[in-house]
Design a protein around this ligand. Sequence first.
Ligand code: ADP
Ligand code: MG
Ligand code: MG
Length: 247
Amino acid sequence: MTELVIEGLRASAGGTEILRGIDLTVRSGEVHAVMGPNGAGKSTLSHVLMGRPGYEVTGGSVTLDGRDLLGLPTWERVRAGLFLVMQYPTEVPGVSLVDTLSAAFAASGRDAAGMRARMAEEASRIGFDDRFLERPLNVDLSGGEKKRNETMQLGVLDPAFAILDELDSGLDIDALRACARRVEAATETGTGVLCITHYTRVLAELKADRVHILVRGEVRDSGGPELADRLEEEGYAAWTRPEDEAA
Ligand code: ADP
Ligand code: MG
Ligand code: MG
C-alpha cells in the first residue's frame, strides 16, 4: 500500500496565496476527483505537487509513504512515483517521444528493453498514432493527440500516483472513453489517481472513490461519487461564498 498525503498545503504565486490549506490522502488504486470552478487553484495544486518553479510553498507537507516530497526536485518526485498529465502538454522540438521515455526509464533504473513495443501497444490501446513515437514530443499535435500521448506515457511508465489535470479537455467522446478506461485499468494494478476535472463525463469510465470540491484554494466539501452528480445538477452555488468573487 502506497499513500500520498497532502496536509495543510499552502502555496503562493506572484505574491498571491492560491492554495489555502489543502488536506488530501490518496492511497494505491484509489481515484480522487478534484472539481472546482475556474481559478480555484486546481492546476496550481498539480504544479506544486510536481515542484514546478514559480510557486512558493508557504505551509504544510506532501509525503509519499512518509517521505517528504516538497524538498525534492521534480525528477526525484517522478522517480519516487509521481506522474502528471498536464492540462496543456508542452511541445519539445528536437526531442523525440521514444528518447524521452527511454531517458525516463533509465532514470528510474528500469530496463528499457522492449519499451518501443510497449509504447506501440499502449498507443494502439487508446488510438494514438504510433508514427508520433519517433517525432518531436507534442510538436504539431492536436489537443486531443497531446492528451492521448500523455495517457500512452502513463500506461508505459505505470506510476504509483498519477495527477490528471483535465484529461477531458481537448478529447472527443471516444478518445476520452479510451483514455479514461486506460487510467481506470492502471488503478486496478495499483496506481492512485488525483483526477482534476470540470465534468462528470470522465468519471463514467474512471470511477471516483472520493470527490472533493475545491473553491478558492480550499477543499470545501468531500464525498462519494454522488457529490459529482449533485455538482453537475446544481453548479457551485452551494460551495461558494460572496467573498470568493473579490478574490
Ligand atoms: P484552475 O486550474 O483551478 O483554473 P489555477 O491553479 O490555474 O486555477 O489558478 C488559480 C489562481 O491562481 C488564478 O487566479 C490564477 O490566475 C492564479 N495563478 C496561477 N498561477 C499563477 C502564477 N504563476 N502567478 C500568479 N498567479 C497565478
Ligand atoms: Mg477503482
Ligand atoms: Mg487548471
